[in-house]
Design a protein around this ligand. Structure first.
Ligand code: PGA
Length: 254
C-alpha cells in the first residue's frame, strides 16, 4: 500500500494564510510520487485548497461533516457541499470534535456514511484517552470502531481510512506514542478489519505529535499505513519534510 500522509490544520490559518502555505509547500513535494498526500484546512479555506491543488496529486478535504444532506441545520456543512468543492476526504470523529461537541460513535458513523454517499473517503479517528495495557486499549478501540462503522454499508468499507490517534499523545506538550506500540495496535486493528469483507484494503494511519523524527520511525513500522500530522504541519516546509520521510527519492525534498 502507498503511504497516506495528511495534515489536519484544526482551527488554524485564514484563507490568506492558507494561500501562502500552499505556495510554499507545493514546490517542495512535486517529485514525491511514491505516496499519497492530503490537506484538511478549515471549511473557510477549502476553496483555496481547490484553487491551489486542483492540478496536483495532493488531495484535500474537510475536518467534519453534518450527517444530513440539506435542510434546517444552521451553521452546519453537508457532504454534497464538500463534494462540490472537490473534497476527496472527510475526517470524522476527531478527538477534539468528541471533546468539544460530545460526538458519539453512532453519530460519527452517520457522518462517515454521508461522506461515502457523496463519493468521499471518511477518515475515521479513534484513540484511547489514557495510556493503558494493550489488551485494554484494543478492547476500547474495537468497540469504538464497531460503533463508528455501524451506519457504513459494508460494501463501502474499502473506501474508509482509519486514523489511530491516542489522545494522550496529541497536542502541545505531548510526544508521539512509541512506534512499536503503535505498530502493535495497527496490526491488531488490521486483523480485526481483515475479518470483514474489504477490510484488508483499509489504510490505518497514525496521528499524535508526529514530527520529523517520529515520522520516519512510524513509517518503517509494519502496519503503519501513513501519518496524520497536526501542529508540526502548520509550517509548510516542516510538513514537506515529514511528507517525504523515508521516501526513496529523498532528493525530492529541499
Ligand atoms: P498533533 O495533532 O500532531 O498536534 O498532536 C494530531 C491530531 O490532532 O490529528
Amino acid at each position: 500500500m502507498r503511504p497516506l500522509i495528511g495534515t489536519n490544520w484544526k482551527m488554524n490559518l485564514t484563507s490568506t494564510e492558507a494561500d501562502g502555505w500552499f505556495q510554499a509547500f507545493l514546490p517542495l513535494v512535486d517529485r514525491l510520487d511514491d505516496r499519497d498526500l492530503f490537506v484538511l484546512p478549515p471549511f473557510t479555506a477549502i476553496w483555496i485548497a481547490r484553487e491551489r491543488l486542483r492540478d496536483t496529486p495532493v488531495g484535500w478535504g474537510a475536518q467534519d461533516v453534518f450527517p444530513e444532506d440539506e435542510g434546517a441545520h444552521t451553521g452546519n456543512i453537508s457532504a454534497p457541499m464538500l463534494a462540490d468543492l472537490g473534497c476527496r476526504y472527510v475526517m470524522v470523529g476527531h478527538a477534539e470534535r468528541r471533546r468539544d461537541h460530545g460526538e458519539t460513535p453512532e453519530l460519527i458513523s452517520t457522518k462517515a456514511a454521508a461522506a461515502l454517499r457523496w463519493g468521499m473517503r471518511p477518515i475515521v479517528c479513534l484513540g484511547e484517552h489514557l495510556r493503558s495495557a494493550p489488551d485494554e486499549t484494543m478492547r476500547f478501540l474495537v468497540e469504538d470502531l464497531a460503533g463508528c462503522l455501524s451506519a457504513v454499508d459494508p460494501a463501502d468499507l474499502p473506501r474508509v481510512v482509519i486514523a489511530y490517534e491516542p489522545h494522550w499523545a496529541m497536542g502541545e506538550g505531548a510526544v508521539a506514542a512509541p512506534p512499536e506500540e503503535v505498530g502493535m495496535i495497527h496490526r491488531a486493528l488490521a486483523a480485526w478489519l481483515a475479518e470483514r469483507p474489504g477490510g484488508a484494503a483499509v489504510p490505518i494511519i497514525y496521528g499524535g505529535s508526529v514530527d520529523l523524527p517520529a515520522a520516519a520511525r512510524m513509517l518503517s513500522e509494519p502496519g503503519v499505513g501513513g501519518l496524520f500530522v497536526g501542529r508540526y504541519a502548520l509550517d509548510p516546509v516542516n510538513f514537506a519534510r515529514i511528507a517525504g520521510a523515508g521516501a526513496v527519492r529523498q532528493g525530492a525534498i529541499l
